[in-house]
Design a protein. Structure first.
Length: 90
């Protein structure tokens, strides 16, 4: 085997979280920065965070309401109206 094929191993590597927690571990990198760790992750802390940044649920509900209203009132799209007019002419 070749010598020096493996990277250098640091047994005192630091993992620094954005919450301020510092964890010591072994790694091939001396220092790593992470956004979330076991001390601030909702699964481990028990604090649930529901983030709906795009509002997909609300948007889906609005679309469902609109389609339900259209079915009740019988409003059709322009393309559907044209198709029925063509059928009547024949």
């Amino acid at each position: 085997m070749k010598k020096d094929a493996h990277p250098k191993y640091y047994s005192d590597a630091k993992i620094i979280c954005s919450c301020g927690a510092v964890l010591l571990t072994g790694s091939t990198q001396k220092e790593m920065r992470v956004e979330i760790c076991s001390q601030c992750h909702p699964f481990y802390t028990g604090k649930k965070k529901v983030i709906d940044t795009t509002g997909r649920v609300d948007r889906f509900k609005k679309l469902a309401e609109k389609s339900a209203e259209k079915k009740k009132t019988g409003v059709r799209k322009k393309s559907e109206k044209k198709a029925t007019k063509k059928e009547k002419k024949k």
